[in-house]
Design a binder for this molecule. Structure first.
Ligand code: GZL
Length: 339
């Protein structure tokens, strides 16, 4: 058998050593399943999550549509939903969040009925290591580490859109335009911001005057009741109703008709939400405009929860795209409305 020279022997030993070292390093990555299991952020997408959802209530068409969008999206994604309807009571939301913490859910979605009074319970969720996602309404809390993100509408912009429509609609009117305002739930983000946005625009037009303003708590019944009081004290002096949601506007329309005036003509009606009821009222000539506030963000919220739990960075505020619809568009668009 031919002898191998010293030089060749050395090369063979070096090659054998390199192959051995290469084998060691590759088995190191194959053998280490720990890194693959944890990834960069914990749960891999595709895991079944348990999501606690504390919803404001069932006070309006908008809320009902929002609840359905969230429930369907969580179910369609294969996750488990623990749902709580707070019936518009803050104490019920605080109880629900504490219950979700005790049940060790993977994530909490929360639409705060009002902006303040939730700091303590959100700190408890943070201490328990459970991420909180704000849906629809914001909280007025300095420490924004208490929630991952806010997904919802820009309510100030909605108020501005409503006022800008009125400015255009009354540009040829000489003299004062008297406005009555039905505010949403006292202390809620949409009520505070829709008022702020509307007033920011009309302050540039001194003839546009808010002569009465009171909460109708976002419901049809309360909206009708407060409008009856407005009509009693101001009657034929009212030119415009600005309602922070369509449900209160629809209640007010009933009160205006019972009073003997024509809604949409004698009194212009401005609503917010763009629910089906508003399109029906506009198609009947009883309402003039509705500013869209889109409740159908359930799939977007589930995507945000899964992305966060997979370790992705999430923006602190994610806005929902929205439009505005007027009486002349209502008949054609009504059949297309999903809520
Ligand atoms: C707005 C939402 C409001 C709706 C009302 O995002 O919070 O609450 O405008 C609902 O219809 O009651």
């Amino acid at each position: 058998m031919k002898k191998i020279g010293k030089g060749k022997a050395f090369i063979l030993i070096v090659m054998a050593l390199m192959l051995f070292l290469a084998a060691c390093s590759s088995s190191g990555s194959e053998g280490n399943t720990d890194n693959k299991d944890t990834g960069s952020g914990g749960t891999k997408s595709g895991d079944k999550l348990v999501i606690g959802f504390s919803q404001v209530g069932a006070e309006s068409e908008w809320r009902t549509a929002n609840t359905k969008s969230m429930q369907d999206a969580i179910k369609d994604a294969g996750h488990e939903l623990k749902f709580s309807d707070a019936q518009q009571k803050q104490e019920n939301q605080i109880k629900a969040i504490r219950s979700f913490i005790a049940q060790k859910v993977d994530a909490i979605v929360f639409s705060p009925v009002v902006e303040t009074g939730f700091e303590t319970v959100l700190q408890e969720a943070k201490d328990a290591g459970i991420p909180v996602f704000l849906a629809d309404r914001a909280v007025d809390i300095e420490d924004d580490s208490l929630w991952v993100t806010f997904l919802g509408s820009d309510f100030v912009e909605e108020g501005k859109k409503a006022a800008n429509w009125l400015v255009e609609e009354t540009k040829d009117v000489k003299g004062d335009v008297n406005i009555v305002e039905l505010q949403g739930t006292v202390g809620s983000a949409p009520a505070i911001d829709r008022k702020e946005g509307f007033e920011e625009v009309i302050k540039e037009h001194p003839n546009l005057k808010i002569i009465k303003s009171q909460t109708g708590d976002f419901t049809r019944a309360k909206g009708k009741e407060v409008m009856e009081a407005f009509l009693k004290s101001e009657g034929d002096n009212i030119d415009v109703l600005y309602a922070h949601n369509d449900d209160m506007a629809i209640g007010a329309i009933q009160a205006i008709e019972e009073y003997g005036l024509k809604p949409g003509e004698d009194i212009k009606i401005i609503g917010v939400d763009a629910v089906k009821g508003a399109f029906e009222a506009m198609a009947a000539g009883k309402m003039n405009v509705t500013v869209e506030c889109n409740p159908l963000f359930g799939p977007q919220m589930v995507d945000l929860i899964e992305a966060h739990l997979a370790g992705e960075k999430i923006e602190k505020r994610v806005a929902v795209e929205e439009s505005m619809y007027t009486m002349d568009q209502a008949e054609e668009l009504l059949p297309t409305r999903q809520y």
